[in-house]
Design a protein around this ligand. Structure first.
Ligand code: CP3
Length: 369
């Protein structure tokens, strides 16, 4: 079924927004900019709203999730909202015992360790995916896009490896050793587990798009702990499945929904992560955009990659760094300015607002003739 006539992409409301144009490979007049984790702890108005409300509960209260999503758009004037939720929300919705512990991250009460547990978990996930599951998400997205007008909403999900890295380890880990052991010790159990998570992430993405998100980002934040060979053998198929579901969605006029794919420390993996079907590659700050573009053959729109550390270095250093990022981004057909990873909770919101103003003030949308 195509997207509805009233979807912001179908109606034309967001179809020519700078971010959507850049994702199509065009160079709009102003450089589009948004920040991963723009909704969150760097904002006093976020901390105020979240008082006494657990992270995952706040994600499942549509009015609250919509309001938190809108806060950074109002404050910073960014070119997109990113839906306030989390990569583990779909697992919470299907009834898994998961919590987000402040200062730590997602924690699973019953980590999946053995082959049998992986198969059981996969069966449980597949059984519980249903159209009604995402009702609070769809409602929050609808409320959000009604307020956003011509500013596009970015939907997102976790890629199967990054989600599995929490499910298998039970919580955050440095090297995701158990997850990487499972995929090599029992490739079948891994395929079942990662395939089921891919289905769940795909359903999460589709729910956000159908309710009004104009583009999506797949976060494979921890893919940087994999070699190219391992990525191709154990990850590409399931991540590709999650993106494929979005790529199949069309407006009544036939316009496809674009996808962004991002990971941390993935300089070596960029061509493989792109090959699974992403339109835009998100790049972290461990590689320059010109080098990233070279590795991708020079024809892939890029997103990134301001070093979050520079946010605290003062205006002169920050602006010089942003100019350099934008100049290097000229080697790609199109560029969406972002940080190399999420906004640090300690970031000064005024610096982020200043960065948006600076990016928007660059002549020619940042093109250097
Ligand atoms: O503004 C946005 O980017 C949208 C909201 C968003 C959140 N999580 C909200 C959140 C997004 C896109 C995510 C994705 C996410 N969640 C990823 C991929 C992106 C990345 O950063 O690499 C990952 C790995 C997670 C898992 C997760 N959830 C972590 C590591 C943490 C941080 C734990 C901590 O307290 O340091 C969370 C919690 C979380 N997700 C917060 C927010 C705003 C902080 C919760 C709080 O307010 O206490």
């Amino acid at each position: 079924m195509p997207l509805s006539d009233s979807h912001p992409l179908s109606s034309g409301l967001t179809a020519d927004a700078p971010l959507i144009r850049a994702a199509r490979g065009e160079r709009p007049e102003t450089l589009p900019v948004w920040f991963m984790r723009q909704a969150g702890r760097s904002l006093p108005e976020y901390r105020e709203l979240r008082k006494g409300i657990e992270m995952l509960d706040s994600c499942l209260r549509p009015e609250l999730a919509a309001e938190i999503t809108l806060q950074p758009v109002r404050r910073h004037g960014v070119d997109a909202a990113v839906f306030f939720s989390d990569i583990v929300v779909p697992l919470k919705l299907i009834g898994e015992a998961v919590d987000i512990v402040p200062g730590t991250g997602p924690v699973f009460e019953n980590p999946v360790r053995t082959s049998q547990e992986a198969h059981d978990f996969a069966a449980r996930v597949r059984e519980r995916i249903s159209p009604e599951l995402f009702a609070p998400i769809s409602e929050a997205v609808s409320l959000t896009v009604a307020e956003l007008g011509a500013t596009p909403l970015i939907g997102f999900a976790g890629a199967p490896f990054t989600v599995a890295a929490y499910v298998v380890e039970g919580g955050p880990s440095k090297d995701h050793l158990r997850t990487r052991t499972l995929m090599q010790a029992d490739p079948e159990a891994w395929a079942d587990l990662s395939g089921a998570i891919a289905e769940l992430s795909a359903a999460f993405l589709e729910a956000q798009v159908r309710a009004g998100a104009s583009i999506v980002q797949l976060f494979d934040s921890w893919a940087g702990s994999l070699s190219r060979d391992r990525y191709q053998k154990s990850i590409a198929a399931s991540s590709g499945l999650a993106l494929e579901r979005v790529r199949a969605l069309r407006t009544p006029a036939g316009e496809r929904v674009r996808t962004i794919h991002f990971g941390v420390g993935t300089a070596e993996l960029l061509p493989d992560m792109h090959a699974i079907g992403a339109d835009v590659m998100g790049v972290d700050d461990r590689i320059t955009l010109d080098e990233a573009s070279r590795r991708l053959g020079g024809n892939v729109p890029l997103q990134g990659n301001v070093d979050p550390a520079v946010l605290g270095a003062g205006d002169a250093v920050l602006q010089a760094h942003v100019r350099d990022v934008v100049r290097r981004g000229n080697s790609a057909p199109a560029h969406i300015l972002n940080l190399g990873h999420g906004v640090p909770p300690s970031a000064d919101p005024a610096v982020l607002t200043g960065l948006v103003e600076f990016a928007h003030s660059l002549p020619n949308g940042g093109r250097v003739e």
